[in-house]
Design a protein around this ligand. Structure first.
Ligand code: FAD
Length: 394
């Protein structure tokens, strides 16, 4: 099939089924649309036909993506953006499991949460102590996870668990797709200072995961995780989490509009701060475009850490400038002053990006070691059997 044929076919598909003016399917709901895109093979055009794709090469896939972008239609390009599906496709070895779960992931029928962090294992994620023990065709899981976003609505959790305690910490970890709705899993919401409740504690007591749900070889979960984390950082670099839970208001609020509203637009100091904050945002947008291009080439480059670090700085800077514009009014809150309430929310919420997916300090470590080539941070327990490390012995 030539490039022209692909372009003709994908455009005909979009014209027949998608109303680009109204940005919705011509018939049915978004869910039906995702199913149609999946069945036509456009969701993961670069994957082989026997694996729900079309076997297209990189340039041909770009034709599909650009047609979808032009029509403002969702669903294509998931071979790059749907990290769970891509990890499963690349690393899961059980074909039946892949055939069962990939269609659900690619049509958005299931929700996933990330069961990574534990009390005592956040920045040093390789120190996890949740254990997975093989019993027949299953793994039996015991332990505790924390800060699990979206656990209450998730169908599956991507679970990091220790399968071998006698090798160094990065080598004994396995990556499992854990069904969330089962008796051994107890989810307790955590209330945040903002009033939101994104995260949860997850207590795991003899939960089971079929062995076929393992992604990658036993003990090689760390490798799978690296790709998943890179994508999470890219998403956070694009400015995730700037709005209050349940709010439909736009994420990006104009500093100029707030200054105008407060009668401070002529204040030279405020003008300088606004210019600086705007320049950060523009630079970050360019950096993200660069990271996306690298990802399109198939790399999980540490450049994504730059975008996330920049977004953390942008959110804190924006909130500080907003507070400065409001002055004493920023001490008000709630219905008494909706603008102040919004600014105060942003001040507290900026910490989500500077902690989630790896803290600012950890991003700086990654940049210094992997981008700038500085010496690795000293890690005394890196090469000793995990059982004898301080994470276990205290
Ligand atoms: C919005 C958000 C969403 C999240 N969602 C999830 C999720 O869905 N699933 C999940 O598993 N987890 C999730 N997390 C947890 C997140 O990944 C961890 O909070 C994060 O990795 C930090 O770990 P910690 O909280 O244990 O802090 P710690 O690792 O205890 O760090 C404490 C402080 O010490 C600093 N520090 C630690 N080590 C170093 C070092 N080597 N060099 C310099 N400074 C260091 C840190 O920067 C930090 O300031 C989420 C967190 C947030 C904020």
């Amino acid at each position: 099939m030539s490039s022209t044929d692909i372009k003709t076919e994908v455009e005909a598909f979009l014209t027949a089924h998608w109303d680009s003016e109204a940005r919705r399917p011509r018939e049915g709901a978004t869910r039906d649309w995702m199913q149609k895109v999946f069945e036509a093979g456009w969701a993961v055009a670069s994957w082989p036909r026997e694996w729900f794709g079309r076997g297209l090469d990189k340039d041909e896939s770009k034709i599909v993506l650009s047609a979808f972008r032009k029509a403002k239609a969702p669903g294509a390009g998931q071979d790059r953006t749907n990290i769970t599906a891509a990890s499963l496709m690349n690393f899961a070895s059980d074909e039946d499991f892949k055939r069962e779960i990939l269609p659900q992931l690619l049509t958005g029928k299931v929700q996933i949460c990330l069961l990574y962090s534990e009390p005592g294992a956040g920045s040093d994620l390789a120190a996890i102590r949740t254990r997975a023990e093989r019993q027949g065709d299953d793994y039996v899981i015991n332990g505790q996870k924390v800060w699990t976003s979206g656990a209450r609505t998730a169908d599956y959790g991507l679970l990091l668990a220790r399968t071998d305690w006698d090798v160094p910490k990065h080598q004994g970890i396995s990556f499992l797709v854990c069904p969330m709705r089962q008796p051994g899993i107890d989810i307790r919401p955590i209330n945040q200072i903002t009033g939101d409740s994104h995260f949860n504690e997850v207590f795991i007591d003899n939960a089971t995961v079929p062995a076929k749900n393992r992604i990658g070889a036993e003990g090689e979960g760390w490798k799978v995780l690296q790709t998943a984390l890179a994508v999470e950082r890219l998403i956070m670099g694009e400015g995730a989490g700037e709005r209050r839970q349940g709010s439909s208001k736009s994420n990006v609020v104009s500093l100029i509009a707030i200054a105008k509203e407060a009668g401070k637009l002529q204040d030279p100091l405020i003008r300088q701060k606004i210019a600086q904050a705007t320049a950060y945002r523009q630079l970050n947008a360019l950096n993200i475009a660069r990271a996306k291009e690298e990802m399109a080439q198939g790399s999980s480059s540490p450049i994504m850490s730059l975008g996330k670090l920049a977004m953390s700085r942008i959110l804190h800077t924006d909130a500080a400038v907003m507070t400065q514009i409001l002055g004493a009014a920023s001490m008000l809150d709630g219905e008494a002053h909706e603008r102040a309430a919004d600014v105060n929310y942003r001040t507290a919420n900026a910490y989500m990006t500077s902690i989630g997916g790896g803290t600012d300090q950890i991003q700086r470590n990654i940049i210094s070691e992997r981008v700038l080539g500085l010496p690795r941070e000293v890690e005394l327990d890196r090469d000793v059997p995990f059982r004898t490390s301080r994470a276990v012995t205290g």
